[in-house]
Design a protein around this ligand. Structure first.
Ligand code: KIV
Ligand code: NA
Length: 266
């Protein structure tokens, strides 16, 4: 299959075709999501809360992102692989962002990076894109700033906040970002930003008008025990794993497995 490139996302927006994106953190799931035709795989720092059991994304390191991104890029044939820059690895300067992004590109084979923020990181976006690193922006509720926001709260409510968010989106586009994630933004505001931007918006808790959609796979496939209201459970992976493991335990204890069919008889 032909690889998804950043220009394909822009073309999809122009044609009115929705872009699909899911998180992936390891090779077997990345292979499944790629085979199922997902356009973009995000090695998100949601790795921290979803797979390392941290309280939030803040403890995730560049080393951890490199390990998981390498596993994902090695497994995909078609999907564009975007890797998150984790908290503390880019905010203070464009040069810091560049150094972290280069690690993800060189050591892990990422096709693009994503980081949080609007005008405050516009110079970072400009340096990276002009240096050959495609950047996806992330606005609205940005989990790395959870402690400033005072929890997981919808962003951009009210005229002033909506105006600031729109300005941030335009600044990212102007700096060269190829797409912007809008997280927990009122649907009418996300629709307006989608209309004023030439680059695609990827929504999560941002209504139906965005050019694409992203979800954390553990939430949408039913692995998590808790999922946010904006997510939807499309499967029940957790139930299926409980069933499989319970059956395995019972067969081992009942001396049903292993049987001759699963043994080397000589
Ligand atoms: O880390 C992540 O999974 C993300 C998405 C929710 C956009 O940043
Ligand atoms: Na993230």
């Amino acid at each position: 299959p032909r690889r998804v490139r950043v220009h394909h996302l822009r073309e999809a927006k122009e044609r009115g075709e929705k872009i699909t994106m899911l998180t992936a953190y390891d090779a077997p799931t990345a292979r499944i999501f790629d085979e199922a035709g997902t356009d973009v795989l995000l090695v998100g720092d949601s790795l921290g809360d979803n797979f390392y059991g941290y309280a939030n994304t803040l403890p995730v390191t560049v080393d951890e992102m490199v390990h998981h991104t390498r596993a994902v890029t090695g497994a995909v044939q078609r999907a564009l692989v975007v890797a998150d820059l984790p908290f503390g690895s880019y905010e203070d300067s464009p040069a810091h962002a560049f150094a972290s992004a280069v690690r993800l590109m060189k050591e892990a084979g990422a096709h693009a990076v994503k980081f949080e923020g609007g005008r405050r990181v516009a110079d970072h976006v400009r340096l990276l894109t002009s240096s050959g690193i495609p950047v996806m922006g992330h606005l609205g509720f940005t989990p790395q700033s959870e402690n400033v926001f005072g929890g997981k709260r919808v962003q951009g409510r009210g005229n002033d906040a909506a105006e600031r968010l729109s300005e941030d989106a335009l600044a990212l586009q102007e700096a060269g970002a190829f797409a912007v994630v809008l997280e927990m933004v009122p649907a009418p505001l996300a629709a307006r930003i989608t209309e004023i931007l030439a680059i695609p918006t990827i929504g999560i808790g941002a209504g139906a008008a965005c050019d694409g959609q992203v979800l954390v796979w553990a939430d949408m496939a039913g692995l998590s025990t808790w999922t946010p209201r904006f997510s939807k459970q499309f499967g029940n992976v957790r139930e299926e794993m409980v069933r499989a493991v319970t059956a395995y335990n019972a067969e081992v204890r009942g001396q049903v497995f292993p049987d001759d069919a699963h043994s080397f008889l000589e």
